[in-house]
Ligand binder design. Structure first.
Ligand code: CS2
Length: 452
């Protein structure tokens, strides 16, 4: 994605914008747009930002690191509200590295000044295969979790002491999930390493929020136009941002609270509110919306069929979000406004990726809670039915279980429904009533498409 709006424009870097370079004290895995609009933004806005630089590693491809390195780590954050855009140069990323450079990762994680490792590695990346890890297969040693385990071993060997690992992926209890994944691989590699991790690594759980669509060539062109420099690493995000954290930072942390981060003892109600209401609605819109011919969140939300599906799922989820402090009516209203911001072209195809990993977090807890209360859970079930319809009608979908999904799609009727459901929960797939309910919801959805 390269924009060449006006030839001769200077490239953004630290000679163009004087941004002091803080020492690396945070290592990040997963240098995507969300990391830049969220953790990098919070770190820049901490009162002690001058002490906290980020070294950010890419996931699969070195491209984002190369682009950012050419700009000394600087990038523009475009805050896009319904009323207009504002621009800010973010300088908290001081080193951008190809994720395959495990040597540099180990060196930085082992450095005594490094206090924190943050993660945005996607929901799917936490499903590790510890048996493959023990065999040291090429596949597993190149996953972000396996790289981090190797880097933690280097920290232990260097005697650099405790550190915090902070998961910023959309998973319930993401600190514990990260801990289990890392521990399992460490145990398979060397039990003494697992013991060192138990004693020295603090796993912090967080709920993260900022809608950040993939940057387009048009976005880069508009940055060039407005800022009079070329920035190939710009990101666009909504003005809203939220970060709630729970856990210890044994080697210190930036004063993220200056930027609005909230530290709590009990994260669960907040993460459920965000995962169910925001991310759950996103998944409904992504699947039902695309099946009904829409491309963006704002477009899908303006379709009454999709909007009703969201509202009825929210009604169900809200029954299990009972703490008054959660202010659910206001949160729902704010979400409608955020989703309705048509200046943010948030593509449904982007949200639709990795459905099996996402629906386990977004649909299953509400479905289980509703069924335990003796109700149908139709709202949550409709999210799953929409996903089933989507994978059945879409040639190109991205999912860690894509092969299993394709195999399930060779079946018909309830057998297909049960096989797809088994990919989310083998246990639920045994429930004939639920399979019948999902089948009915799929038929109803197909009927609405035929009518519209
Ligand atoms: C989205 C999230 O792609 C998705 O699955 O639901 O990335 C969502 O935009 C963020 O969690 C918002 O904070």
């Amino acid at each position: 994605m390269s924009a060449e709006p006006r030839p001769g424009l200077p490239r953004l870097d630290r000679s163009l914008r004087s941004a002091p370079k803080a020492p690396v004290r945070i290592v990040h895995l997963g240098l995507g747009a969300f990391h830049r609009s969220h953790q990098a933004w919070y770190t820049q806005h901490a009162g002690d930002a001058a002490d906290w630089g980020i070294a950010a590693f890419t996931g699969r491809s070195p491209r984002a690191a190369d682009t950012l390195a050419e700009q000394d780590g600087l990038f523009t954050l475009v805050e896009r509200s319904a009323a207009g855009d504002s621009y800010e140069v973010i300088g908290s990323i001081v080193e951008a590295v190809d994720g395959a450079d495990v040597g540099r990762l180990a060196e930085l994680v082992a450095a005594p000044d490094t206090a924190i490792v943050t993660l945005t590695i996607t929901e799917a990346a936490y499903a590790v295969d510890a048996s493959a890890g023990s065999a040291g297969s090429a596949g597993s040693s190149s996953t972000p979790i396996a790289r981090l385990v190797a880097a933690l071993a280097a920290r232990r060997d260097a005697g650099s002491g405790p550190i915090a690992v902070v998961s910023c992926d959309n998973l319930a209890d993401n600190g514990s999930v990260a801990s289990q994944a890392i521990r399992a691989l460490a145990e398979a590699r060397e039990p003494a390493l697992a013991a060192w991790i138990d004693a020295n690594v603090s796993f912090v759980s967080t709920s993260v929020d900022r809608i950040t669509p993939r940057t387009t060539a048009a976005d880069l062109a508009s940055v060039a136009e407005s800022c009079a420099y070329r920035d190939e690493a710009a990101v666009v995000a909504e003005p809203f941002h939220n970060w709630i954290l729970s856990g210890d930072f044994p080697a210190g942390r930036p004063q993220w609270e200056d930027a609005g981060a909230i530290f709590v003892d009990n994260l669960e109600p907040y993460e459920n509110r965000k995962l169910w209401l925001l991310n759950g609605a996103h998944s409904i819109l992504a699947y039902a919306g695309q099946v009904r011919g829409h491309a963006t969140v704002a477009e899908a939300l303006s379709d009454a069929v999709c909007r009703d599906a969201v509202e009825s799922f929210w009604d169900e989820a809200a029954r299990h979000l009972t703490d008054d402090a959660l202010a659910i009516p206001e949160y729902r209203q704010a979400l409608l406004e955020r989703f309705g911001n048509a200046r943010i072209a948030h593509l449904l195809s982007q949200i639709a990726a990795d459905g099996t990993a996402k629906l386990r977090m977004r649909a299953l807890p509400v479905l289980a809670a509703e069924r335990a209360a003796g109700r149908s859970g139709d709202g949550a079930a409709r999210m799953i039915a929409a996903w089933m319809t989507y994978v059945a009608t879409t040639a190109e979908f991205q999912d860690p279980l894509a092969g299993d999904i394709r195999e399930a799609l060779t079946l018909d009727g309830e057998a297909r429904c049960a096989a797809l459901l088994a990919l989310l929960s083998p246990e639920l797939a045994q429930d004939r009533d639920l399979v019948g309910q999902l089948r009915g919801l799929q038929n109803a959805m197909t009927a609405t498409i035929a009518r519209s």
